[in-house]
Design a protein around this ligand. Structure first.
Ligand SMILES: [Zn+2]
Length: 218
């Protein structure tokens, strides 16, 4: 029960950044349609909120000694900086560069300058902003393991895919899946509700509502 209350508070904070949009009609990156959307670029726009959310993640893992906070992506790194600053071990913040490997698989590379900080026996706390498929987190885990470090935990703002499991302790401020639909079975399309043109992925298939029009949930 307490966890539910905390999640509601955290979701409220994220909603105040304008990143959590609901009661609308979006095309998400998979091409499926949804009523809800988390715009990851907006989630770190308010420094005081990011610090507060980063602090909660740091406190969750406060009992584990951490040498490095490891991220990939700009939003995750902004959050990771806040987590690193609030963790009692005073870890360093390292970010890996994301790319696509063979067959489109997400891969990450640690810039050479960071190499001395991630070595055999290092304790790493991985920080991600929005977890959708878990592919970035898995790539970061591989990076740590290749260097014979240890992943002490994984912290995230929002877990949109609660089916994804990791071997290391995982903590998300909000765990919430969205119902998504293929276009042919989308109840919002069937009601003729226009797609949100500002957020989500631009594809054809339904009338679009332009900038400046009604937006709900923020
Ligand atoms: Zn639809």
């Amino acid at each position: 029960m307490e966890a539910e209350v905390l999640e509601r508070i955290n979701r409220g904070v994220i909603m105040r950044t304008g990143a959590y949009l609901t009661n609308d009609h979006f095309v998400i990156s998979s091409g499926r349609h949804a009523r809800e959307y988390v715009e990851k670029r907006l989630v770190t726009t308010e420094p005081a909120f990011t610090e507060g959310l980063g602090d909660i993640i740091a406190q969750h893992f406060a009992a584990s000694p951490v040498d490095v906070v490891l991220t990939s992506g700009i939003g995750a790194t902004i959050l990771g900086n806040c987590v690193a600053g609030a963790h009692p071990s005073r870890p360093k913040l390292l970010y890996a560069v994301k790319g696509k490997g063979k067959e489109g698989k997400t891969e990450v590379t640690l810039p050479r300058e960071f190499s001395p900080f991630l070595y055999r026996g290092s304790s790493a706390l991985i920080v991600e902003d929005i977890l959708t498929t878990g592919s970035t987190i898995r790539a970061l885990i591989r990076l740590v393991e290749e260097r014979e470090g240890r992943v002490v935990g994984i912290g995230s703002l929002w877990n949109r895919n609660t089916r994804v499991k990791f071997h290391s302790p995982f903590f998300a401020l909000v765990n919430q899946n969205f119902p998504t639909y293929v276009r042919e079975e989308c109840p919002l399309c069937q009601k003729g509700i226009p797609l949100n043109a500002e957020y989500g992925v631009a594809v054809g298939g339904a009338p679009r509502r332009g900038r400046g029009a009604r937006r709900t949930g923020s």
